[in-house]
Structure formats: C-alpha cells, structure tokens
Design a protein around this ligand. Structure first.
Ligand code: NAD
Length: 285
C-alpha cells in the first residue's frame, strides 16, 4: 500500500455517499439540504475557499447560497443577515468565512448563529458538546482527519498522539476527538520547550501550525503516521504544508500530502454536517 494518504480519493468516495443520501432525502421528504456561506470582503484566500465550498455543494446536490458583503459592512448588518438565515427553513447550515474585518467582533458573529445550524461547530454550545462527547456537529478539519485515519485503518486506541498547534479550530478539538478514541494525547505549541523530543514520541503526529515545512525528519519517529494540516503558499507560488514532506516521507508509515490530504476532507465534513442538519430538521417539522 502507498504511504501517501489520498485525501482526494477518500473525499470522492465519501462525497458519493453524501450525494446518494441527499438524493434520497429529496425523494423521500422533498427536503434539499441548504448551506449559506457569508463572505465579508474580498480576501483572495477566503474567496477561493468559499468558491470551493460552493462547487462541492453543487456536486453533491446540496443547495448553496453565497452571501457576499462588502468589507465596510457593519456588524449589525451581518448579525441581521444571520438572524434571517436562522429563521429560514430552507437553510440547514450557516457558516461565516473567517477572518472578518477588524471592526466586526468574530465572537459575537459566531454566537449569533443558531447552534442547530452551526455546521462549522464553532458556537460555544457546540464546542462544549465536543468537550463532553455529546455533540451534534464535529468541527470540519479534525473530524475529516479522524475519517482519514479510519479509512486507512489507523488504530488510535492506546497510541501516542501528538498535536502541534492549539488553535480553537484545529488543535484543541483534534485533541478531544483523539482522546475520545482512547489515544494518549499531548498538545504541543509555540511555547513547548523541546518540540523535537515531544513530537518524535508520536505514533500519530498531527501538525497544524501554519509554518511552511518546519517539521523535518528530526521531529518524526520511525514508522509514525503524519497528518499535515498546514496550507502555506511559498514565494514561488507552490502550496506546501507545515511538514517537510521530502525529508520525512521515507521515515513514516503514512503521510498526508499538501495539497490533496486534509484539505478536501474539511469540505467533505462540512457537506456531511449540512446533510445531518437537514435530516435533523425533519424531526422538528
Ligand atoms: P493558528 O495560527 O490559529 O494556530 C497556530 C498554532 O500553532 C498555535 O497554537 C501556535 O501555538 C502553534 N505554533 C505556531 N508556531 C509554532 C512553532 N514554531 N512551534 C510549535 N507550535 C507553533 O492556526 P490554525 O488555524 O490552527 O491553522 C494552522 C495551519 O493549518 C494553517 O496553515 C492553516 O492554513 C491550516 N489549516 C488548514 C485547514 C485544512 O482544511 N487543511 C483547515 C484549517 C487550517
């Protein structure tokens, strides 16, 4: 078996399953899952992410509604839009593409999204549910990583899992999901004293720091599974991860490439969450 985890192929497989379920939901209940994406401003990276989400929705039969607001929009106007979407029965998932312009309070915006439609799982209620293992939605990137590990039959239970990075969207929820699967979890970060010593103990190493190719073979144990979450654009235009792929690839048992590893799985989880929310809405009708 190849050492390279093919996130594109796993995503294609899972998206076909989602597509089938969407078709069934429409046929049986006349309900088409709907996702609303709010984009404020014209940040190039955010614009690409939103476009990719839109395309993925279309390909699986999920209705996608793009709400593009100018960078000068007021916080109140964004909150009003969210309120409108919260009350719209044809919308099952709402996400606000981050980052937002400085004059808009991100926390306030996230808190305004109905937890039942919070398909990114950023709302404090959903974050709390992840802590206690009683969740509706799982955060897209960490859940996508668990799906990859499952697809490649990587045993998590009892394994030493080291996560580098402690962000609210990747590192921290990743730690909870690996703990829930009985991994022995260590979270390392920018203040960790001896990062090489910590990282090189990992059977499963998840790297989410946003530093191009920082993690070389000295940080990696022989035979480890390495998951590279980082997406960084080099000055020559190339996309690279946080892991120096060439340096570590001969040492590991499995590794995700960038691009084509974790990235597609993040969007796949978003589609899954939107479908799940639409299914849940049937019980409320
Ligand atoms: P962030 O900037 O919010 O957090 C970075 C974390 O890395 C911090 O906790 C910090 O302590 C740690 N860190 C920074 N420098 C370090 C160092 N030298 N040594 C050890 N730890 C260090 O980042 P984020 O939002 O978690 O994103 C991380 C990377 O993952 C970025 O490249 C981002 O673009 C990418 N990302 C990819 C996806 C995807 O779908 N593939 C999703 C989200 C984020």
């Amino acid at each position: 078996m190849s050492k390279i985890i093919d996130g594109k192929a796993v995503s294609a497989y899972l998206r076909q399953e989602i597509k089938n379920e969407v078709e069934k939901l429409i046929l049986d209940h006349n309900v088409q899952p709907g996702l609303a994406v709010i984009l404020v401003g014209t940040d190039p990276a955010s614009t690409v992410y939103v476009r990719n989400k839109h395309k993925a929705c279309e390909a699986t039969g999920i209705r996608s509604v793009s709400i593009e607001l100018p960078a000068t929009v007021s916080e109140d106007e964004v909150l009003l839009k969210i309120d409108e979407l919260n009350r719209d029965d044809t919308i099952h998932g709402i996400l606000v593409q981050l980052p937002l312009p400085k004059h808009i309070d991100e926390k306030k915006v996230i808190n305004a999204i109905s937890p039942a439609k919070d398909v990114d799982a950023f709302h404090p209620e959903n974050v709390g549910r992840i802590m206690t293992g009683d969740y509706k939605f799982l955060p897209c990137t960490p859940a996508g990583i668990i799906s990859l590990l499952d697809y490649y039959k990587v045993e998590i239970e009892g394994k030493s899992c080291v996560i580098i990075g402690r962000s609210n969207i990747v590192g921290k929820p990743m730690a909870h999901l690996l703990l829930e699967r009985n991994g022995t979890v260590t979270v390392a970060h920018s203040r960790t004293k001896d990062l090489k010593a910590t990282a090189s103990q990992a059977d499963i190493l998840v790297v989410a720091i946003g530093k191009p190719e920082l993690i070389n073979s000295e940080y990696v144990k022989e035979g480890a599974v390495v998951i590279d979450v980082g997406i960084n654009r080099k000055s020559d235009g190339r996309l690279v991860g946080d892991v120096d792929f060439e340096s570590v690839k001969d040492k590991v048992s499995l590794i995700t490439p960038v691009p084509g590893g974790v990235g597609p799985m993040t969007i796949t989880t978003l589609l899954r969450n939107t479908l799940m929310s639409a299914k849940t809405s049937l019980n409320k009708a």
